[in-house]
Write a protein that binds this ligand. Sequence first.
Ligand code: GLN
Length: 549
Amino acid sequence: MSKYIFVTGGVTSSLGKGIIAASLAKLLQARGLSVTIQKLDPYINVDPGTLNPYEHGECFVTEDGAETDLDLGHYERFLNIHTSQANNVTTGRIYQTVINKEREGAYLGKTVQVIPHITDEIKRRMLLLGEEGKYDIVITEIGGTVGDIESLPFIEAVRQLQWEMPDEDCLVVHLTLIPYLKAAKELKTKPTQHSVKLMSENGVHPDIIVCRTERPLTTDLRKKIAQFCNVKLDSVIEAMDASTIYEVPLKMLQEGLDITVLKKLHINGYAAPELTKWKAFLDKLKYPSGKVTIGLIGKYIELQDAYKSILESFVHAGAMNECKVQIVNVHSEFIDKTNVAEKLSGLDGLLVAPGFGYRGVDGKIIAVQHARENKLPFFGICLGMQMAAIEFARNVLNLEGAHSTEMQPDTKYPVIDLMEDQKKVTAKGGTMRLGAYPCAIKEDSLAYKIYGQSPISERHRHRWEFNNAYLEKYEAAGMMASGKNPATGLVEIIELKDHPFFIGVQYHPELKSTVENPQPIFVNFIKAAKEFAESKNAIKSTALQSEAI
Ligand code: GLN
């Protein structure tokens, strides 16, 4: 039998509920329990796949091809497990299920209502992962903030489950903010009191209150929160701002969050937390011995959440290389031939990001050319790989105006073209090539050096592909297709022979990087960037020496 923990948020959004949920899960896992996490989102999109990254950040794709909330990325990176379609449910999906059932006649004769039909479906989803019998604990993060109209059915479902289950099988952790008022020089507990009161009005009483704060909570303040929010003192947990999200599990350990949870759930005989690997990673992350500067070329750079998994993959790969990875965001819309050298100066590596649509692609193509010609380590992901193929076609194969039919449907040289099985697809939601596919890697290649095995499996999210009609021309000119889908021959990896590190992948390797298993292309890309930086420094110091002479 699984036990259930619900994580809700109050006062304001962006308090880091996903990180707190993932940290708690990490600690419970480190104590030997099997844990999974799911996210319930109150918006009406059936999944976040149709949302603009500016709206909701990156769309995280699971092994089974679900387009999900970016918090699932945190869950996978922290826990080193795979999540699935079942781990992310939205109001849209709940309603879709209920409405489909209504059409099938499942509720014949009945008025279909929010309570009980919608709440029953929410409850079914909340319990689903637990019914697999694999998990001791299922953590459910409820998206949004308590008090939002759209969160109400979810809070009501939690209330019903809390009532239905024995006390020791169900727990509510509420994350709130304790703001610091500079003028009064005081931390304020009132918003937390109000948020807990709001929960209570909806019938849910939080068992544990996690307080996000800039400053330490004094004992008096903790007592005040405990008394006014009607919880015991050890159920008030301080969550101070951390220098990295990967420190949060250790902060929660210090605060005893896991022990309080285990006590409340009547779980005895748990092990001491096994966090050796985690701590070793954190040590390397906090005390790097070198630094590299990587340019991230994208068009969503105003919102860092749009490239969340890429940024976190760099954190993992940097720690693995014991070096700090400094990211310089370069907006692709503002790169042109006249300023590219200046905009990309000082970089030790260049990553061209995934994306959709024509906006910003010219800048990406110019940036790739700069990396290719200057032997700057290059890594292209999905659209980034497609841009590398276009750049090579135009500037090396002399196919003037070569393009992707996504941006220019009537291009004379469609080196990137719509996948055959996408040609009849009109609906947008969940219809891309999604999820994990195998890729066979040629042995004599950079990709093989990186992965050390074949086939590999990586996750996808795209509609366009490399047009194999041009492959012979590419290979004759030095760009090889080092990875292909074994069943379809679809090109998954391209690389340049005559370059120290130039690789483009049609898939999204960033989706599989975790603290314990950093993604190998990222690790090797940072290694190549380190070597590039060292050779730059060597050239500089020789120049200085000769000046001195
Ligand atoms: N827009 C491109 C395609 O659909 C690339 C997608 C991506 O970068 N994820 O093929």
